[in-house]
Design a protein around this ligand. Sequence first.
Ligand code: SF4
Ligand code: SF4
Length: 397
Amino acid sequence: MPCEEMTVQAPSQTTRELNLPEGVPPLTSLYLYVAGSCNLACRHCWIAPTFDPNGSNDQFVKLEYVEKAIREAKPLGLRSVKLTGGEPVLHPQFRELVALISEEELDIIIETNGTLVDDDLAEYMKQKGVSFISVSVDGATAEVHDALRGVWGSYQDALKGIRALVRVGYPVQLICTLHRGNVSQMAEVVELGESLGCGSVKFNHVQRVGRGDQFAKQQGLEIPKIIKLYQHVENELLLRSKVRIHFDIPFAFYPIRKLLNDSLGRCSVRNILGMLAGGELSLCGIGVTVPELIYGHMENGNLREVWYDSPGLAHLREQIPSQLEGICGQCLHRDLCQGVCVANNFHVAGRLNAPYQFCDYAEMTGLFPISRKKQSNSEKEEHDEKQRIAVVPATSG
Ligand code: SF4
Ligand code: SF4
């Protein structure tokens, strides 16, 4: 999914408890796309911010918008704010931003490239109660990471940032996006996470959104390969690893024991609202590349009115998950998974309820697990018959 890190954020209160209008779900998470720029130029970035090595332009979210948005969103059930980007730490008032959210006693989650984090900032974030931090490291060597991130030296800077965060006690999540150029380094990336003292390592694959669209065509992994890599993680890497390993793959490919025991990351898209660097309110960050998924603006609007009345959000609520098409519509995990990433599905197919490409492809090529499909009685009988024939030994004539 385009979101690098994904934490489960189920609403703690219901629509009725919050006194929201019928059909309006709680708004639990605000995703702030803090900076419209970044000090790196990653080839797989799905937001594709302006490359701005010194943070000298003015594409940063205004604190007054954040303050107003939080004030309006808390009665709707707001519990957490995620700071992402572009690079959030580039914001000239980053500390004030963190302090402002901290004073509201909301969970703060930060996705960063780590290059601008030093001991002092790490200590500050700890004091302000930032709850979760992920840092992107796309390989086990500087050559591999820097080639993808577009800035030489960014690997060493990211590692310095992670060390500072670990020193103050963060179980940093190291996030690695897999592609043809780094897939052979998976075991080394896990070892790197262990040696740095990270709490977990997460492997993503390139999404076909923003700059990632072109990169996925050139360097992305084939879906059968991703499925094999996931099996390698489950059957080998996890057994010898000292850190937790997460691998981005749709629910239908997880073993049942994992679905029952683990708290798996998923997108609660019905309970999220994005705010872009200019103050636009959007279906997460996709509004940067798909303006029709912008629902309002903090400058002239009111977040509560957008959450209640936006036709775009009403459409989303009507479509997801009940109207998901194709394999997602037939999948037993539909209501929990919700098609993995609605933003990605819209970008690819132009419809919110389009199936997730990964599972769609798996279904077309016979790789989708049949046990995860809702089956009609006749399909069940046909499947059972095939199984029966497969296990009956051929008799010699
Ligand atoms: S088929 Fe759709 S709902 Fe099922 S796991 Fe795949 S993406 Fe999720
Ligand atoms: S739809 Fe969900 S997973 Fe996809 S980018 Fe938006 S918040 Fe992230």
